[in-house]
Write a new protein. Structure first.
Length: 317
């Protein structure tokens, strides 16, 4: 029996063992099928396929995701970034970090089967983590969801050695739920999947900007603000990136907007004061700096006092 056949048989056995738990998300999804804002079936046929070597499902699945997002990279190139030999696998944190390295936002989806399928329907393949074994005997596996058929109750994966692996939604839910319903999409700067949530997007953009070029970092924040224009942390992130890139005037506009929405938010008051100092408006800066100091917690106090002293000095001069 070849290694490939042993692997396939092992997969089948584990999936059978995994098939004994409840599937509430599938049940709800199929009950509401007629009212869902998505097509009843969808398949992203152009998603590439990389057969995995033993224990190498992480690099193969991530290469699938990134190449569909116009990043030319092979599983072999990804292996040193995501594969942990001692664990014979890849951790989610390495998968996300590698996605960012290749200039894509690593956006984790809500742990919802409906959201996952809507994301595929919108044209995004989704990286998922499954436990093909049992809770007490886990067999971790990465695959990429590329399609579904609600009338058949099935889902289509790029998985392991199988390019088009179609299984029931119920079976998928059982294995996916044992992986804590973890799912990830790779976004080009400017993209936003359906049903996106502000907080995970903010965290994805904040992690992305440290490795992104200046244009892409700004585009990521602008995309978030176009969808959530009054989001405090998103405004702060965009303002900070503008300031880093040497544009204190536009950065100040973001901080000022925060102070209008959240008058007691000390970080925005302090940062606004700094941008006013930098743009020659020290007299106005003093007032915001004083407010920041008054509202500061113990950790912030010393920094905000420095800003106030700088504002007062600039005003006196």
């Amino acid at each position: 029996m070849t290694k490939q056949l042993r692997l396939c048989l092992s997969l089948i056995v584990l999936l059978i063992l995994a098939g004994c738990s409840a599937t509430p998300q599938t049940h709800a999804l199929l009950q509401l099928q007629a009212t869902l804002p998505m097509n009843s079936e969808r398949e992203l046929v152009d998603v590439p396929f990389y057969p995995q070597e033993e224990y190498q499902c992480g690099p193969a699945a991530l290469a699938t995701l990134l190449n569909y997002s116009d990043v030319t990279v092979s599983p072999n190139e990804l292996t040193p970034r995501v594969y942990v030999p001692g664990r014979k696998g890849s951790f989610q944190v390495e998968m996300q970090a590698a996605t960012r390295h290749y200039q894509r936002l690593a956006y984790p989806l809500e742990p919802s089967l409906e959201v996952l399928l809507q994301t595929v329907d919108a044209g995004y393949p989704v990286l998922v983590l499954q436990n093909l074994g049992l809770e007490w005997y886990p067999q971790w596996h990465y695959a990429v969801v590329v399609g579904y058929d609600l009338d058949k109750g099935s889902i289509i994966l790029r998985s392991g050695l199988i390019e088009r692996y179609e299984i029931s939604l119920k079976l998928f839910e059982r294995t996916w739920s044992r992986g804590k319903n973890w799912a990830l999409v790779a976004l080009k700067p400017g993209q936003l999947p359906p049903r996106a949530d502000a907080t995970p997007y903010f965290l994805a953009a904040a992690a992305f900007e440290s490795q992104a070029n200046a244009e892409d970092a700004l585009k990521a924040w602008q995309t978030g603000l176009a969808h959530w224009p009054d989001h405090k942390e998103m405004l702060m992130g965009y303002g900070n990136q503008l300031y880093i890139q040497g544009d204190p005037r536009r950065a100040g506009q973001q901080y000022r907007r925060i102070t209008e929405l959240h008058p007691d938010y000390a970080p925005a008051l302090n940062n606004l004061a700094q941008t006013l100092i930098d743009t020659g408006q020290a007299a106005e800066a003093v007032g915001y700096a004083k407010q920041a100091v008054e509202l500061a917690n113990e950790q912030e106090s010393a920094l905000y006092r420095e800003t106030l002293e700088q504002a007062e000095k600039a005003k006196a001069e």
